[in-house]
Design a protein around this ligand. Sequence first.
Ligand code: DGL
Length: 268
Amino acid sequence: MDRRPIGVFDSGLGGLTAVKELEQVLPRESVVYFGDNGRVPYGSRSREIIRGYARQDMDFLMKKGVKAVLAACGTVSSVAADIGGTLPVPYFDVVSPTARAAAAATRTGRIGVIGTSVTVASGSYEKALRAADPSLAIFPRACPLFVPLVESGFISPEDPVVSLTVERYLAPLREQGVDTLILGCTHYPILRAAIGAVMGPGVVLIDSGREAALALAGRLAELDLLAPEDNPRQADYFVTDNPEGFREVAELFLGHSIESGLRRVTVE
Ligand code: DGL
């Protein structure tokens, strides 16, 4: 048993997709969330820059006394997993659990993968999917405008800016006949309604934040690192810029207030 919080980080709002799932499956666990929205987006930057940011993000969480770190970011997971592996606490990321869930969900073996430019260029999901099942047909596509949309609060499927952007990126995947689509950037499940509307009801959407949270929950239980039943859950959110903008979208997405536990910090 361990009452220390779980540390979760992302370049901004995307990691909340993991937090939302943790609230469901581990309601007693405290969480420290770090969103680096002062430097978002990560997914179009160089590998070296992203690795430097990832190291700082992890250091920040370690200083908060977390018992585990979840890189709830497809981009960091794709280019900085080795850094996470050096931490003195268990480290989790999104790629492997998400790929396993997609390989289990597909019926036709045709899987689309959407993510940031860096994630798609890294081939991380393709490698993990091929490890799960070498016969899969995989259709990757970068969607670089999705993160700025979410960070700017454009998330409603009724908003034509959202629906047109999603249609523009995803129509080719729909035409490829995928039956499963990996939302390989954790920001993308926040656009789930719009993505689902474009792909149609026959396509299973795999939420990378959710899959990572489920994998983490299972592993913490195995390691006997879960908090006891009487633990009062506490959630602290730290961002590197614009707490107001973060709060607005975060509360809409999580469906509850985060007001008391939100602070702006600088990392270096
Ligand atoms: N949520 C991050 C990911 O999963 C977004 C990266 C970015 O900031 O571009 O890749």
